[in-house]
Design a protein around this ligand. Structure first.
Ligand code: AMP
Ligand code: ZN
Length: 469
């Protein structure tokens, strides 16, 4: 399996640290608002990477954080007149809902920055003891960039040409820095902000230290893959490497994977620029499966421009797969007879070749665009080869293969049943009648049918209420 490694700027063969296991860390969102579809790109991509490793039989330990202490969260909390954790908890919950809609599986663990302060204090202390960090007069602790000889190895920047991190939030003045490239590990509290006790001052952590600490705690000093969007290469990931390798004296991550930007009108989609759609907004126009399929239709490292045309074409593409799966299931239900015919055996060979094509694409740095093309070829084969004359065994093979590959891509092959409000009301009326006639079996059956279509009934004093899940 080949992975493009930002460290070497080459595709490299994947060799796990421990046979059969993958330790993977993906930087998660800062939770002060609904996630936008740019944030959704790494979620969908790295969830697919995880799924492919599992398909190949690896056990994947997948850790992804939520940054729940940050200036933007504090600002929003002040605006709403609530505590910062009200904001972060709210948007973590909303983010998890969006993830579910996109069929992004929960990570093995989602640590929160605010629950890892102890580990951060420990790592900062170690860095000070080893001469890699120092305390300024106002209590700020900085990482001494010049003490880490390999600084710049990920972003391929030379120390002299580096400017101080543009993502660094300058809460304190920089007078206490020995060098402009030094970055904050711990900073003094400001009035009204959340803070923690520390040996240096009451304050809060810088942004970068949380990931070094969480990766160490949940995955170990050395991990296989560290990932995120390409804007994180510098300074965030460069700084994570400096912190982790200086503190642990071991290589941090073997492979660094970065997705390209999702753009709008060829400009990076971002909250600060205001040119974004939230996943929630998109969910009002499309099933989020369409968004997932859209993301997979481009190579993850390429910049990708969001447009209605591409979303429509993803919708149609997904529809083709769902229609094929629906037809296969119908045929399976009717078919009988075991033992494939000679012709089916030939077609099965073609199917095997197409699956190999899918795998080859995924193994070439997760080329999901080519993998999707191979899947479409399988759909085409299924549409022409499967018929009422097909044997059950052959239909099972076709459906099994499509299901397996869709699982890798995180595509659900079952169409969500659509039901209109009027139909729901009609069924509720039938259920009321059934209960009146004491036909409870029928009443339950109606309730279950509705449940399968995602409609929940609630019996209240004012009568039956319903909602969509
Ligand atoms: P943030 O909440 O800004 O830290 O972002 C969370 C994740 O989304 C990081 O991995 C970012 O690199 C990624 N990200 C943010 N904006 C975009 C975008 N427009 N395209 C692709 N990835 C993005
Ligand atoms: Zn991170």
């Amino acid at each position: 399996m080949k992975i493009f490694n930002t460290l070497s700027r080459r595709k490299e063969e994947f060799v796990p640290l421990e046979p059969g296991k993958v330790k993977m860390y993906v930087c998660g969102p800062t939770v002060y608002n609904y996630i936008h579809i740019g944030n959704a790109r790494p979620m969908i991509i790295f969830d697919t990477v995880r799924r492919y490793f599992e398909y190949k039989g690896y056990e994947v330990n997948f850790v992804s954080n939520f940054t729940d202490v940050d200036d933007k969260i504090i600002k929003k909390a002040v605006e709403e007149g609530v505590d910062a954790d009200v904001i972060s908890k709210r948007y973590i919950k909303e983010c998890k809902k969006d993830m579910e809609g996109m069929n992004v599986r929960p990570a093995t663990r989602h640590p929160l920055a605010t629950e890892e302060i102890g580990g951060m204090l420990e790592m900062i202390q170690t860095l000070i003891e080893k001469g890699h960090a120092y305390q300024a007069e106002d209590g700020t602790v900085y990482f001494r960039v010049k003490s880490f000889k390999e600084y710049g190895k990920l972003s391929h920047k030379n120390l002299d040409e580096l400017q101080s991190g543009f993502r660094e939030i300058k809460v304190t003045g920089e007078e206490g820095k020995e060098d402009p490239n030094d970055f904050v590990l711990w900073k003094p509290k400001k009035e009204g902000e959340p803070f923690w006790e520390s040996p240096w001052c009451e304050g809060r952590p810088g942004w970068h230290i949380e990931c070094s600490v969480m990766a160490k705690r949940y995955l170990g000093d050395s991990i296989d893959i560290h990932a995120g969007g390409e804007d994180l290469i510098f300074p965030h990931h460069e700084n994570e490497i400096a912190q982790s390798e200086a503190a642990n004296e071991k290589p941090f991550a073997t492979y660094w994977m970065h997705n390209g930007f999702l753009n709008i009108d060829n400009k990076k989609m971002s909250k600060s620029a205001g040119n974004f759609f939230t996943v929630r907004e998109i969910s009002e126009r499309y099933d989020l499966q369409v968004l997932r399929f859209f993301m997979l239709s481009a190579h993850y490292r390429s910049p990708f421009n969001f447009s209605d045309e591409l979303m429509e074409s993803s919708k149609n593409g997904l529809e083709r797969i769902l229609t094929c799966a629906e037809r296969l299931r119908e045929l399976q239900g009717k078919a009988s007879g075991s033992g494939m015919t000679e012709k089916e055996k030939e077609q099965e060979k073609t199917l095997g070749g197409l699956t190999a094509k899918f795998e080859a694409a995924m193994e070439d740095d997760f080329n999901t665009a080519d993998a999707v093309s191979a899947l479409f070829e399988i759909v085409k084969l299924a549409n022409t080869a499967a018929s009422e004359e097909s044997t059950r065994e052959f239909l099972d093979r076709l459906m099994g293969e499509i299901q397996k590959l869709c699982d890798v891509l995180g595509i659900i092959t079952q169409r969500k049943a659509e039901i209109l409000d009027d139909e729901i009301e009609e069924m509720i009326a039938q259920r009321r009648q059934a209960r009146k006639e004491k036909n409870f079996a029928l009443a339950d059956q109606i309730r279950n049918t509705l449940l399968e279509k995602g409609i929940i009934l609630e019996d209240t004093r004012e009568g039956v209420k319903w909602k969509r899940v």
